[in-house]
Structure formats: C-alpha cells, structure tokens
Design a protein. Structure first.
Length: 219
C-alpha cells in the first residue's frame, strides 16, 4: 500500500504515459486534485493510499566480529557491518515499468538508497575502562530525479562519520560514559530536496560535532 507520487498524478492527468489520451476531466488522476477558480493553480492534491504498484529489492548484509587479547594491555574487539544493495525497484502503478533507485537519494526523508554502506567499530577494553572508535561510511548517490527525468543536477558526495566514546565502570553500581559524535565535524551533504533545508536529516548529521556525558547507577 503506497501513495501515488503527486508528480505522477498531475502528469498522468495530462496524458503522461498515455494515461488520459482524451484529456477527460473525469479521469481517475484528474479527480485527485482541483484548480483554483481565480488563478487556475493546482490545489487540494490528494495523496491517497492505494494497494498499487510494488517494491522489489535484493542485496547482501554482512557482519564480521573478531576479538583477541593483547596481554596486560587488555583486549580488542573488532566489528564490521556492511550492506550492499543490488537493486531497489519500485513500480508506481500496476503495468508500469519497474524503476531501479539503488544508488540514489530522493526528495523526502528516508529515500536514500545507498548501494553500499558500512560501519566499522574497534573496542579496547582495559580493566574497568572501555573505549570505542566507530567509523560510518555512506557512498556518493545520484538524485532520484536523474533516474526519473534525466535531471543533470549533481548528487551527493560520499561521507564518513567518526564517533569516539569511553566508559568507566567505577564500581558494581556506577558507570560513567563520555564521548563525542561526529568527531571530525562533518557538514551534511546538501542537494535540492523539497523539504528540510537542502538535506536529509534521516541520513546525514545536521547538528555537527557534539559531546555527551552520562552516568548509570544501579541500586
């Protein structure tokens, strides 16, 4: 179940993809929006939920963990998580062609379909202290509009975020944790979505470098 994209609604009312060859105002797509009497501008466009179209996707998720002791200096644990997306195909309406959006980023939050992304974490444990260093990688992506309409605007570049934290188990009941997120203070990737001031906050860090301190006490 999904909503028909507004651009698809308007396009097909005006015979996009041959959906309304007679330009019938009672066509299904034309019925989903109105016109302002004074200006003729489109208004009240409905994004109705319908059991239409579909999604097809496949890829590979991989996780590797490895740990070892380093003698009197404690132990090291390594973790790697990676996702490779071979395809993310979407069909707007039954009978429409399947369009592959893998490797693209769309206009709305949550429409980033990176074809490869990974997170690498190294944890050093020494007595009552634990320090973790994590790197998160997102690849470059083209704009969704490049696939749909051949838009030649540049997409987004690859980016790596680094986070660092350390914790101290003071005693059986008290632990302290200190850290910094986005250690290198990376700016979010900017492009031209329709919302959120030129970026996707569900994909990119829009705050920048930030510190935190927390305490956990059990009793």
């Amino acid at each position: 179940i999904q909503a028909i994209d507004p651009s698809v609604v308007v396009s097909r009312c005006f015979n996009g993809d041959g959906a309304n060859p007679t330009y019938d105002p009672n066509n299904f797509f034309c019925s989903l929006f109105g016109r302002n009497v004074a200006t003729s501008e489109i208004e009240d466009l409905l994004e109705v939920q319908n059991n239409i179209g579909g999604l097809r996707t496949n890829g590979v998720d991989l996780q590797v963990d490895y740990g070892f002791d380093i003698g009197a200096a404690g132990s090291i644990h390594l973790n790697a998580v990676a996702t490779w997306m071979e395809k993310f195909e979407r069909q707007e309406l039954p009978g429409d062609p399947w369009v592959d959006y893998a490797g693209s980023i769309g206009d709305d939050p949550g429409e980033a379909f990176a074809d490869f992304k990974t997170a690498l974490t190294a944890v050093w444990s020494y007595r009552d202290f634990t320090t973790a260093l994590r790197a998160r990688y997102l690849p470059s992506m083209i704009l969704e509009d490049t696939i749909i309409s051949g838009n030649t605007d540049p997409g987004v570049s690859s980016i790596t975020y680094v986070d660092l934290s350390t914790s101290w188990q003071v005693n059986d009941g008290l632990s302290l944790r200190l850290g910094v997120e986005n250690l290198t203070n990376e700016d979010p990737e900017l492009y031209a979505p329709s919302v959120d001031s030129g970026t996707d906050p569900s994909t990119y860090d829009v705050v920048g470098r930030r510190y935190f301190l927390s305490a956990n006490f059990k009793f």
